[in-house]
Design a binder for this molecule. Sequence first.
Ligand SMILES: C[S@@+](CC[C@H](N)C(=O)[O-])C[C@H]1O[C@@H](n2cnc3c(N)ncnc32)[C@H](O)[C@@H]1O
Length: 455
Amino acid sequence: MTTAREVAFDVISAVRSTDAYANLLLPREIERAGLSSADAGLATELTYGTLRRIGTYDAIIAAAAGRAADAIDPPVLDALRLGAHQLLATRVPPHAAVNETVELVRQAAGRRATGFANAVMRRVSECDEAEWLAQIEADARSDDEKLAVRYAHPVWVIRALRRALAAEGRAEELTALLDADNAPPAVTMTALPGIADIPEGMTPTTQSPIGFRLAGGDPEPLIRSSQGALRVQDEGSQLAALALSRATPVRAGERWLDLCAAPGGKTAVLAAEAHLHGASLEANELSPARARLVRTSVAAVPGDVPVSEEDGRTRAGRGVYDRILVDAPCTGLGALRRRPEARWRKTPGDVPELTSLQAELLAAAVQALSPGGIVAYVTCSPHLAETTGVVAEVERQFPGRLEQLDARAVISDVSLTPVDLPAPADGSGRAQLWPHRHGTDAMSITLLRRVADQT
Ligand SMILES: C[S@@+](CC[C@H](N)C(=O)[O-])C[C@H]1O[C@@H](n2cnc3c(N)ncnc32)[C@H](O)[C@@H]1O
C-alpha cells in the first residue's frame, strides 16, 4: 500500500526529474494509490508545502549537511526536502519525520545514503524554522536574499514583484504579497452568466458578479450536476473576461475572438456573454491537445464556438473582430499560489522570449480589430516587462490608432463592491489585481480600442 508520504515523494521527484506539473500529477497519483480523503489532504499538503519552499529548505539542508544542496544526490535531496518540511512546518512528530525520511532514502538511493540522511535530519530537527531562518539570514548578502529565504521566492521574482507594486505606489505591500503566494488559494467558482444561477446557500464573491464560494468540500458533484455551467475559476479570471465583454454595451452580431484560449475558462465566460447578447465567439489555441480542453470547456454553452488550432500571430488576421481576448502565454508569476514549483522553474531568461511573443500576439490582434473594436491584453503575471512593456511596444507600432480604455473603471463597474485599484504611475488605464489585496491571481488587464478610422 502506498502512503501519503510516498505519494508526495514520488510527485516531488517527478517534478524535479521530468519537469512534471504537481497540480496535474498529484491527483492522478492520489487516485492510483487509493488514498482516503484525509490521506489525500496530507499528500497534498506535503507535496505543495515542500515544493513551495524548496529554496528555503535547500538553504537549511545545506547548512545542516555542510555542503551545497546541489552537491547532494537528487533523490536523497528530494527526501530531505520533504523531511525538512515535515520537521519545520507540520505537526508530524520529529521521530516519525526522521525515520520516514531515512526509509524513503533507503528505497530511493540504497542503504549507503541512509547514515547521511539520518545525520542531516537530526541536525535539522535541532532548531525550529524561526531559528534556522535567523541563522541563514545572518549569512545573506542582501536584504533581498533575506526575503528570498524567509518567503521562499527567488530573488529575481522578489525584485520583479516589488517593481510591479512600486509602479502603483504600493511597494510596502511586498511581504503581504509574498505571504499570499505561499497560502493555498480558496476555491472560487463561476456560474456561467445566463446559463446557471449561483446555487442557494453558496456565498457570492464580492468582486465578480458571477462568482461564488463553496462552503467547503469537493466542487466536482456541483460541476457534474450542472454539466459544467458551474465551474471552478479564479475570481480574477472572471473579472478579466467580463472586462472585455462588458467594457462597452454589446451590439447584436458582434464578432469576438479568444486568441490563446486553453484551457478555456475565460472562453466559456465569453461564450456565455456572447450568447446572452447575440454576439458570436471563435476561439483559437496553438496546442491541439489543449484545444480539446477548450472544446470541452465551451460545451456547457448553447451555440457553436469554433476552435482553431493555429499560431495566434497568423490566426488573428483571418477575420475582423469587434472584441479580442489575448490572454497571452506568460511567466505566470501571478499564479504562484496555484503552481507550487513554478517559481523555481522560471528564470529571468524566459522573460525576453515571452515578451516578444506577447507583443507579436497583441499586434496581430490589434490588426484584426474592426474600427472601434477592443482588445483585452491579459497576463497572469504582474511583471512590468510583460504588462506595460508589451503594451507600450505595441502602442509604438500603431501610432495614433489605439486608445487605452480605463480598465480599472470597467472592473469597478463590473464588480459588486469597490475594487482597490490604484492608478499606475505611467498614467495608463491598466488594472492590476493581486492575491494579497483582491484574493485573486495577479492578473494584469489592459483594454485597447482601435480608434475609428477618420473619414
Ligand atoms: C495563459 S494561457 C490562456 C488561458 C485561458 N485564456 C483560460 O482562461 O483558460 C495561454 C495559452 O496560449 C497558448 N499559446 C502559446 N503560444 C501561442 C500562440 N503562438 N498562439 C496561440 N496560442 C498560444 C498556450 O498553449 C496556452 O494555452
